[in-house]
Design a protein around this ligand. Structure first.
Ligand SMILES: NC(=O)c1ccc[n+]([C@@H]2O[C@H](COP(=O)([O-])OP(=O)(O)OC[C@H]3O[C@@H](n4cnc5c(N)ncnc54)[C@H](OP(=O)(O)O)[C@@H]3O)[C@@H](O)[C@H]2O)c1
Length: 261
């Protein structure tokens, strides 16, 4: 009989993480490798990917492959997944992590081209990665998909515009439920992690431009602090592993209570 902690192990599994070189993606990469998984990390900057690979390999002795490419566009996501599948034919875990608000533009002003580009970045690319990895997961009747949504899925965040982000992240939540329902017969689970506010590079930039922003967020969060990127890792290991074998279609909020008020 497998012990409860053994159910969290990922030995022999391979995870593809889009945006795995820095920020929350890197924190999840660290955690999954520590739990036993080999990794394929996708990003645009090759130097950052090399650093991530070297540090993770040194710390965990897992295999880490890197794919350089723009996973934020429909074509780029498809090319990156094809490249990943050339390197590793069987991918068991997919974390769709690339995304972001990027621009603070009002709904009445955003151009439709910009809107489409940002919806591709936050939603369409995730579907494409799922489609690309589906045949392998279907063949082995096993797969775990984790979509990184946001507290901006169920809420319109106060004090900032760029509502393509809210719209795309709530679409990603809906995609998660649809994938979970339609692919359950193939042994594939799909869940979402909705992070609250973490001090990664994009938020450092927002807080630099809007100095009161960080304080306002902290005051709004019941736990009264921002999240540490390492606090996202255990949630990803849980949803990636057999520890969550009967959980699909759900969203796990890692937000210090942000969405409670
Ligand atoms: N940080 C938060 O507080 C927070 C809160 C809620 C939700 N989230 C969500 O969590 C996810 C990660 O956010 P983060 O704050 O960790 O972002 P981040 O610090 O900007 O990290 C982004 C990672 O993604 C890669 N990346 C970005 N755009 C890419 C692209 N087009 N193609 C390939 N790789 C790309 C980056 O590498 P390159 O730049 O080299 O490509 C880097 O590895 C996003 O979906 C975000 O919406 C974050």
């Amino acid at each position: 009989m497998m012990s409860v902690l053994d159910r969290f192990r990922l030995d022999g599994r391979t995870a593809l993480i889009t945006g795995g070189s820095r920020g929350l993606g890197r924190a999840m990469a660290n955690a999954l490798a520590e739990a036993g998984a080999n990794l394929v990390l996708v990003g645009r900057d090759e130097a950052d990917l090399n650093t991530a690979r070297d540090e993770i390999t040194a710390a965990t002795q897992r295999q880490v492959w890197i794919v350089t490419g723009d996973a934020g566009t429909a074509t780029g996501a498809a090319v990156a997944c094809d490249h990943a599948l050339d390197l590793v034919p069987t991918i068991d875990i997919l974390i769709n992590n690339v995304g972001g608000r990027r621009v603070d533009v009002a709904l009445e002003e955003v151009s439709i081209d910009e809107w489409k580009r940002l919806v591709d970045l936050n939603l369409t690319n995730a579907l494409i990665c799922c489609q690309k990895l589906f045949p392998g997961m279907q063949q082995q009747q096993r797969g775990s998909i984790i979509n990184i949504t946001s507290v901006a899925g169920p809420l319109a965040i106060k004090g900032i515009r760029g509502r393509h982000y809210e719209v795309a992240k709530s679409g990603l939540t809906a995609l998660t439920k649809s994938l979970a329902a339609d692919w359950a017969p193939h042994g594939i689970r799909a869940n979402a992690i909705a992070p609250g506010v973490f001090l990664t590079d994009p938020n450092r930039r927002w807080f630099g431009q809007k100095p009161d922003f960080q304080h306002d967020f902290e005051a709004h969060i019941p736990m009264n602090r921002l999240g540490e990127p390492s606090e996202i890792g255990p949630a990803a290991v849980f949803l990636a592993s057999d520890a969550s074998s009967y959980i699909t279609g759900t969203t796990l909020y890692v937000d210090g209570g942000y969405t409670l008020w």
